[in-house]
Design a protein around this ligand. Structure first.
Ligand SMILES: [Zn+2]
Ligand SMILES: [Zn+2]
Length: 390
C-alpha cells in the first residue's frame, strides 16, 4: 500500500503541539495529513438490539435505520440476542420487512448469547446462524469448527463484567474494547485486549453501543428504560473502518484486519495512525499492518480527523506493548503528532494510541458525552514481528 501526503493551508496554520514529550516530535514542524487513496473511511455501529431482542423497547428496525441515516452512518449491524428466537435470527431480524436500506450497508449478524457469555457475529451475507446457536454449550474446539465452516467473523463482546465472553480467544478476530457510552466500565476490556495483543494475537479492537431502547414515537408508550435512549444509542461509540470500497465484504475485511478506529460518537474526531516503515517519507503502514523490524527507528504519525473542537486541547497517548510510551497535547483543526521509536529487532512490538479530551457534542444522544467522560477515540495497533500465521 502507498499513501500520499497532502499539504493544506488550514493544517499548516492550525497545528500546535503544546507539549511534546516524544524524542523526535518537533513543535514547529509543518506536518502533512496522510491520505490513503486505496480506500475510504466508513462509520457505523456493530452492536444494536432491535425489537427482536425481547428486552428492547420502542426500537423497531426502521427506527434504528432511520436514526442511523440521520447521523450519517455508513453501515450497521443489528445484533439481536439469538436465544430470544432459539437461534433463528434468519427468520426474525433478517426477514423483518424493515431490514433493508438503499444507503446504509446492513451487515448480517446476531449476538451469540450463551451461558458462557456473549459474542457478536458479523457477516457480509446471510449464513446459518442456527448452527452456531446449536453448539453454544459445546467444547471450544467444536464451536471453532462450526464457526469456520460458516465463514463468519466472531467477536468477543463486553469481555469483562456481566456476560463476558467466556470462550477461547482463538475463536475471535476482534474484541469489543468499547461497549456503550459508559467509558469507565471498559477499563478491564482494554486490559484484556492488551494481554491478547501481547500474547501474539493481532486482534482488532472495536466498539458497540449495545443500545436496546429507542425514543418512543407518538403511538408508542415509554418504558422504564426509555431514559436510556438519551444516554446510549446508535453511535455511542462509533466504529470507523477503512474499507477498500463501499461494500459489506470490504467492511468485514477491515474488521478482520484491524483497519479500525473507534470514536465516542459519529461526530467525534477519528484517530488515524500510520508508520513510515521504509523511512522514505511515505507512510506505508496503517493500523492493522504488521512488518518485520529492521532494528532502525520508525517514524509514526497520529492524526485527528473530522470535527475536532479547535479551541480544546486533546491528549494523545501512545501505548507500546501495553505500556504508556509517550503523551502529547495537541490542538487545532487537524492535530497531528509525529514521533519515532525503534521496535525490537527480534521481539514482537505493537503500538496503539488513545485520544482524550472534550467530546464533540452529539445532540441526538445528548447525555452520552457525560458518560464517555474524556474518552474521544482509540486506534488499533501497528505491529512489528508478529506472526501472521499465529
Ligand atoms: Zn451482551
Ligand atoms: Zn448486546
Amino acid at each position: 500500500m502507498h499513501y500520499s501526503s497532502k499539504s493544506s493551508f488550514t493544517i499548516l496554520f492550525s497545528i500546535l503541539c503544546l507539549n511534546t514529550i516524544g524524542v523526535l516530535a518537533q513543535e514547529s514542524t509543518i506536518r502533512n495529513v496522510i491520505i490513503n487513496p486505496s480506500g475510504m473511511w466508513l462509520k457505523g455501529d456493530l452492536h444494536v438490539h432491535s425489537r427482536h431482542s425481547t428486552e428492547s423497547s420502542n426500537n423497531s428496525i426502521s427506527k434504528i435505520i432511520n436514526f442511523s441515516k440521520s447521523v450519517k452512518m455508513d453501515y450497521l449491524c443489528i445484533t439481536d440476542h439469538d436465544n430470544h428466537v432459539n437461534g433463528d435470527v434468519a427468520h426474525n431480524t433478517w426477514t423483518d420487512p424493515e431490514f433493508k436500506s438503499d444507503s446504509l450497508l446492513l451487515l448480517y449478524g446476531a449476538e451469540w448469547t450463551t451461558t458462557r457469555g456473549h459474542g457478536n457475529v458479523f457477516s457480509a451475507k446471510p449464513y446459518d446462524h442456527q448452527k452456531l446457536f446449536d453448539v453454544r454449550d459445546q467444547r471450544d474446539v467444536n464451536i471453532g469448527k462450526v464457526k469456520n465452516s460458516l465463514g463468519v467473523h466472531l467477536s468477543a463482546n463486553h469481555p469483562s463484567g456481566k456476560d463476558n465472553f467466556g470462550f477461547s480467544y482463538d475463536l475471535v478476530k476482534s474484541i469489543e474494547v468499547w461497549n456503550s457510552a459508559i467509558w469507565p466500565k471498559n477499563a478491564n476490556a482494554i486490559m484484556i485486549w492488551d494481554d491478547m495483543l501481547s500474547s501474539g494475537r493481532m486482534m482488532t479492537g472495536r466498539g458497540g453501543s449495545d443500545s436496546h431502547h429507542g425514543v418512543p414515537t407518538a403511538d408508542e408508550k415509554p418504558t422504564s428504560n426509555t431514559y436510556q435512549a438519551e444516554f446510549n444509542y446508535v453511535g455511542t461509540p462509533t466504529t470507523w473502518v477503512f474499507a477498500k470500497k463501499r461494500s459489506l465484504d470490504a467492511i468485514v475485511y477491515a474488521l478482520d484486519n484491524g483497519k479500525v478506529s473507534v470514536s465516542a460518537n459519529p461526530f467525534s474526531p477519528r484517530v488515524e495512525f500510520y508508520a513510515d516503515e521504509k523511512g522514505n517519507g511515505k507512510f506505508e503502514m496503517m493500523m492493522g499492518d504488521n512488518a518485520v523490524s529492521t532494528g532502525k527507528p520508525i517514524k509514526f504519525q497520529v492524526q485527528l480527523m473530522g470535527n475536532t473542537l479547535v479551541d480544546e486541547t486533546y491528549t494523545i497517548t501512545v501505548i507500546k506493548n501495553g505500556r504508556k510510551l509517550n503523551a502529547y497535547e495537541v490542538k487545532g483543526k487537524t492535530p497531528i503528532v509525529e514521533f519515532a521509536d525503534t521496535p525490537d529487532l527480534k521481539i514482537r512490538t505493537y503500538y496503539r494510541v488513545v485520544v482524550e479530551g472534550k467530546n464533540t457534542p452529539y445532540p441526538q444522544v445528548p447525555k452520552s458525552m457525560g458518560l464517555s467522560e474524556k474518552m474521544v477515540a482509540l486506534s488499533n495497533p501497528i505491529y512489528f514481528n508478529f506472526d501472521p500465521k499465529f
